[in-house]
Design a protein around this ligand. Structure first.
Ligand code: ADP
Ligand code: TRP
Length: 331
């Protein structure tokens, strides 16, 4: 059975974009593979806070988001009995492997990584921490520690996985075969639009969150951007330019095309489209929300899942670390 590892940085609650762009494919892999899923809370610390107050607030937010993300993942169907869900910081072996991998990783590989390069290009390079430069090395450690061969991620993560492969190759060349080369597995390539038509993202304030209540979802959909040239209900719509139509295509794969065609003929108003989408989304979100609420009421259960995941993860991690130490003559 192939090992699959994936992770998510806890920077906020999960939204529909995260679900469809990344998490959905993990759920599919869970059935056939041994799945490790980490909440990458160390990765969330890579931005240097400007003041002690901001440092405190950021740390508190990361703690809160780590818990929220764990709840979101379980609520959408990540089954802790089948998959190993854990917090990165609970398994210290990640830090040891990060250190050792950093010894075989040329700095020039890291300064080429798009996220780092973009930051430097924007003139904010002086603020970049050593931890930010090392971000992909820590991510490589996350993956190689479990000797994972499959890494399902959104397309924004592909440069990081490529680097993890290069690090695995370099390690093998220098110290011998310890890690298999991991392969990225892209989830859906479709970008989920937010209610303003741009990519759904927590940074754009355009996201529908898994934790949003029915009234919030309805209000967001009613306020969503539709075809800009459609002023009257009888004007023809352009579904490709309408965020409501795009969301409908994702959540009503069998039924959307009839409504799209009617829309093109100017036979449907935007309000009708929106009310229908609200119902379609409710069918998806209501069970997730219910499960979320149960977990929120039982924080001890969430802690138990994460603690149990850490025990299982540590077991796998220790076996790899033994081999790494032995390959590098540290034992
Ligand atoms: P955000 O843009 O809200 O900060 P993240 O960058 O934390 O989201 O994304 C986490 C994962 O979810 C990434 O792997 C990314 O590919 C996926 N993802 C995020 N937003 C979308 C979207 N709108 N459509 C498809 N996938 C998305
Ligand atoms: N960098 C990833 C993100 O921002 C999160 C992550 C950390 C990850 N470690 C990982 C993803 C290992 C896949 C494998 O979403």
């Amino acid at each position: 059975m192939a090992r699959v590892l994936t992770g998510i940085k806890p920077t906020g609650r999960l939204h529909l974009g995260n679900l469809e762009g990344a998490v959905r494919s993990w759920l599919g892999l869970m059935a056939e593979h041994e799945l490790y899923c980490l909440v990458a809370n160390w990765h969330a610390y890579t931005t240097v806070p400007a003041t002690p107050r901001l440092a405190r607030e950021a740390a508190e937010a990361i703690r809160q988001h780590t818990n929220d993300v764990a709840i979101d993942l379980i609520a959408v169907g990540l089954d802790p009995a089948r998959a190993t869900l854990f917090r990165q910081s609970d398994v210290k072996e990640h830090a040891e492997l990060y250190l050792l991998l950093s010894m075989v990783t040329p700095v020039a590989w890291l300064t080429r990584v798009p996220t780092y390069k973009d930051l430097v290009a924007s003139g904010k390079g002086a603020m970049a921490s050593h931890g930010l430069l090392g971000y992909p090395v820590l991510q490589a450690a996350d993956i190689l520690l479990y000797r994972a061969t499959i890494v399902p991620v959104g397309s924004d993560q592909l440069p990081h996985i490529e680097l993890a492969r290069e690090i695995a190759r370099r390690f093998r060349h220098l110290y011998g075969e310890v890690f298999p080369e991991p392969e990225a597995k892209r989830g859906s390539s479709a970008v989920v639009p937010g209610i303003d038509g741009r990519k759904m993202s927590k940074s754009y304030d355009n996201a529908i969150y898994l934790a949003d209540g029915p009234d919030v979802v309805a209000a967001k959909v009613r306020g969503a951007f539709t075809t800009p040239s459609k002023i009257h209900p009888t004007d023809p719509g352009v579904p490709e330019e309408c965020s409501v139509c795009q969301l409908r295509r994702i959540y009503d794969p069998d039924g959307y095309s009839a409504s799209w065609e009617a829309d093109r003929r100017g036979e449907r108003g935007c309000m009708q489209n929106k009310e229908e989408l609200i119902e379609i989304l409710e069918a998806v979100l209501a069970p997730i929300r219910r499960r979320r609420r149960e977990l929120e009421r039982d924080p001890a259960e969430v802690e138990r899942v994460l603690a149990d995941g850490a025990v299982r993860a540590r077991e796998a991690a220790r076996a790899t670390i033994e081999d790494v130490r032995s390959a590098m003559r540290l034992t």
